[in-house]
Design a protein around this ligand. Structure first.
Ligand code: DNO
Length: 394
C-alpha cells in the first residue's frame, strides 16, 4: 500500500519536509479555502499540486470533495451544484489526481463528544459518550423526538447530568460536537461562527421528511450523475462510511453496514464507484465485523483509513491503539496487501501526546500520535509483505 498522510495545506503546522522524513509517500488534502459547492479551478488545483511536488511528494488523494447539503437532501440548487461537482472532478482528473473521497452524511460529519479523553498514561484520545450526546440532542438542541430515540437508562443519566453540568461544560460539548470537529473538514459550521446551535438547527430542518429511502434515492441520483465523469477521467470515487455508523439526531445515515455498502456499490455498478474503507468508523458499530467487510469489499476499496476503536457496554466509543481494538488492522493489512496492493492508506487520527497538546492541531490530526501509529503500521506492512513474498501460510 502507498503510505499517505492527511495534510491541511500551507496553514498546517506540520510541514511537507517533516512528512518526508517519516516515510510518507503521498499526500491527502483538499482545497480547504474553496467554499463548499464552488468549482475547484485548474489553477488552484495545480498550485497546490506543485507545492506538494516541490517537496518530493505527490498529491495522491483528495479528502474531501464535499457534497453540498442540497445534493444530499435534494434541494432546488441541486442541478447547479452537481454541475460544479462534475467540473471539479474533471479538473482533478486532468491534473492527474485520481482518488476522490467524499461522504454522504447529512448535516454532520464525524461525531465526538470529547476531544481530550485522558488515557491514563499522559496521552489523550477522542471519545464518544452516548449520554453526553443524548444530552446535546435532547437538552441543548431540544429536538422534539429526541427523548424517544434513546433507551430509558440513557435518558435517566441525561436527567442526572442536567443537575450537575456547568455552562462551560455545555459550551465545550457544543464545541466538540458541531464546531471543532466540523469546520476543518469543510463542514457546515466553522470556528468563529456566531450561534452555532441555531445554525445547526436550521440545517437539521432541511432534512424534515427525508428518510432513509429518500436519502438513498438522492445518493443514487448523485452517483448516476458523477460516476460517468469519474470514469471518463480515470478517477476513483470513494465514499467515506458514517462515523459513527448509525442514524443520529433523527437523520438517516446510509453508509453504515455491509448491506448499505452492498447497496450503493450496486446502485451504480461501476468500478469507479467505490469505498473509503475507514476501519475506525466501521469498527465503531457492533453490527460490523471489519475483517469480514474487508474480505467482501477489498476490490471496490480505493482508499484505506487505518484506525481502531473500542466499544463499551454502555455504547461509548474510544479511539484505541492502532494495534488493538475492534479494527483488527493487522488482519486488514493482510487482506488488502493481497487483494488490492497499491491502495493509498493513511493513518487515521492518533493519540494526543508528547507536547502536541498546545500546538493547535485539528482534533485527531496531531503529529506525534500519528507518527507513532505510522511507525507501528509500517512494521506490520513490512511483516505482511515478507509473509507474502515468502509465500508463508499464517
Ligand atoms: C474525520 C474524517 C472525516 C472524513 C470525511 C470524508 O476525521 O475521517 O471528516 O474526512 O467524512 O468526507
Amino acid at each position: 500500500m502507498e503510505k499517505t498522510w492527511r495534510w491541511f495545506g500551507k496553514k498546517d503546522g506540520i510541514t511537507l519536509d517533516m512528512l518526508r522524513q517519516i516515510g510518507v509517500e503521498g499526500i491527502v488534502t483538499a482545497l480547504h479555502d474553496v467554499p463548499n459547492g464552488e468549482i475547484w479551478t485548474p489553477e488552484a488545483i495545480n498550485d497546490l499540486k506543485s507545492d506538494i511536488e516541490k517537496s518530493g511528494l505527490r498529491w495522491s488523494v483528495v479528502e474531501s470533495l464535499p457534497v453540498s447539503e442540497a445534493i444530499k437532501y435534494g434541494g432546488k440548487e441541486r442541478e447547479k451544484l452537481l454541475e460544479n461537482y462534475k467540473i471539479s472532478l474533471a479538473n482533478l482528473g486532468r491534473a492527474g489526481i485520481k482518488t476522490i473521497c467524499y461522504n454522504f452524511m447529512p448535516v454532520i460529519d464525524w461525531i465526538r463528544t470529547d476531544l481530550r479523553k485522558p488515557n491514563g498514561d499522559g496521552t489523550y484520545a477522542l471519545f464518544f459518550d452516548p449520554v453526553r450526546f443524548a444530552y446535546f440532542d435532547s437538552r441543548i438542541l431540544q429536538r422534539k423526538e429526541a427523548e424517544n430515540d434513546y433507551p430509558v437508562h440513557v435518558m435517566q443519566k441525561v436527567y442526572d447530568l442536567d443537575k450537575t453540568i456547568t455552562e462551560a461544560e455545555k459550551e465545550e460539548l457544543i464545541d466538540a460536537i458541531i464546531v471543532k470537529t466540523q469546520g476543518f473538514v469543510n463542514g457546515n459550521i466553522r470556528e468563529g461562527d456566531k450561534h452555532p446551535v441555531n445554525l445547526f438547527k436550521q440545517l437539521l430542518a432541511l432534512y424534515d421528511g427525508i428518510d432513509r429511502a429518500q436519502l438513498r434515492a438522492n445518493m443514487k441520483y448523485f452517483l448516476e450523475q458523477v460516476t460517468p465523469i469519474a470514469e471518463a477521467y480515470g478517477v476513483n470515487l470513494c465514499v467515506h462510511p458514517d462515523d459513527p455508523p448509525f442514524a443520529v439526531l433523527g437523520l438517516p445515515r446510509i453508509v453504515s453496514t455491509a448491506e448499505d455498502i452492498e447497496w450503493f456499490l450496486n446502485a451504480v455498478d461501476n468500478p469507479h464507484n467505490g469505498l473509503t474503507f475507514c476501519a475506525g468508523s466501521l469498527s465503531a458499530g457492533l453490527h460490523n465485523d471489519v475483517v469480514d467487510l474487508a474480505r467482501k469489499f477489498a476490490k471496490r476499496t480505493h482508499f484505506l483509513h487505518l484506525r481502531s476503536t473500542e466499544v463499551g457496554q454502555d455504547g461509548h466509543i474510544l479511539e484505541a491503539s492502532h494495534l488493538g481494538g475492534r479494527g483488527h488492522l493487522i488482519e486488514l493489512i493482510r487482506i488488502f496487501e493481497r487483494e488490492n496492493p497499491g491502495l493509498p492508506m493513511r493513518i487515521d487520527h492518533g493519540r494526543l501526546m508528547l507536547g502536541d497538546e498546545d500546538k493547535g492541531y485539528n482534533p485527531g490530526y496531531s503529529f506525534h500520535g500519528r507518527m507513532f501509529a505510522l511507525a507501528q503500521i509500517d512494521g506490520v506492512i513490512a511483516t505482511v509483505k515478507d509473509e507474502i513474498n515468502k509465500n508463508r501460510k499464517y
